[in-house]
Design a protein around this ligand. Structure first.
Ligand code: PRT
Ligand code: ZN
Length: 225
């Protein structure tokens, strides 16, 4: 069992698309911090809620391991790692709230020249992605046998490099796909930033702190609508 703590630790992205909006949202919940010199850890001043600034990909693992209590991360990252971690046992964390920023889609995209006539067209093809678990699960669900080519970055150029026939990647405006002569044909997941937290309640004062944070968050999110 993770050690009892009397402060809540929230992981957010250190630098990237979600860092500024995540911090702004927590600030509008009345949180403030005293920054440490290395800026990796921010000590909560107005409430005992500290921040840990990390790579977004590390956030689900930090919550699973009990190093952090909550995290703000894209649903795409959370869902991919939930699938990778689920080996029959109960999930350690889940989505607590959708946060209404960082919207994007996990799409299948194919070369502009393809005349798309449905998922069956992917049979026997190579699909490059940074989301192999989500893509693999979707292919199984559709009963399509295709080769998943896992890439950690530069997925959009894989077809031009001859590494893959199609891709499965995040899309927001679609400009990157267009610049690489690709077109989106299917959406696997609609994503946005989410608050992730443990699947079971805390057994110490963190439970009340989390409830307080959620009440404030819900107030802020309602005001935004
Ligand atoms: O360093 P670290 O690992 O923390 O950051 P990162 O580079 O992995 O993540 P980052 O900051 O790029 O994205 C963080 C999260 O933002 C993602 O996990 C998504 O939940 C969300 N998000 C929202 C996006 C986009 N929109 C998006 N457009 N993440 C990536 N993109 C990519 C897209 O794949 C394309 O390559 O941005 C490019 C531009 O998109 P278009 O469609 O507007 O051209
Ligand atoms: Zn990342």
């Amino acid at each position: 069992l993770p050690a009892a703590r009397d402060r809540l630790r929230v992981a957010i992205q250190k630098s990237g698309r979600l860092s500024e909006p995540a911090r702004a949202l927590l600030t509008s919940c009345g949180l403030s911090w005293r920054e440490s010199r290395d800026r990796l850890f921010c000590y909560g001043e107005s409430l005992p809620v500290d921040l840990l600034l990390v790579r977004d990909d590390d956030i689900p693992g930090l919550i699973a391991d009990g190093v952090c209590d909550l995290g703000i991360v894209g649903r795409n990252v959370l869902a991919e790692q939930l699938l990778q971690r689920s080996n029959g046992g109960a999930d350690k964390y889940r989505e607590w709230r959708a946060l209404d920023f960082g919207a994007c889609r996990l799409d299948i995209a194919v070369p502009d020249g393809w005349e798309w006539d449905g998922p069956a067209q992917l049979r026997g093809k190579r699909i490059a992605t940074s989301y192999p678990a989500l893509l693999g699960a979707w292919l199984r669900e559709q009963a399509i046998e295709a080769e998943v080519v896992p890439l950690s970055g530069s997925v959009e150029i894989a077809p031009r490099l001859g590494q893959a026939d199609a891709i499965c990647d995040l899309v927001s405006s679609g400009a990157t796909l267009a610049a690489n002569q690709l077109k989106p044909v299917l959406t696997l997941l609609k994503s946005e930033a989410v608050l992730a937290g443990p699947a079971t309640p805390f057994s110490d004062v963190r439970e009340e702190l989390a409830a307080l944070l959620l009440r404030r968050l819900d107030g802020v999110l309602r005001l935004k609508d």
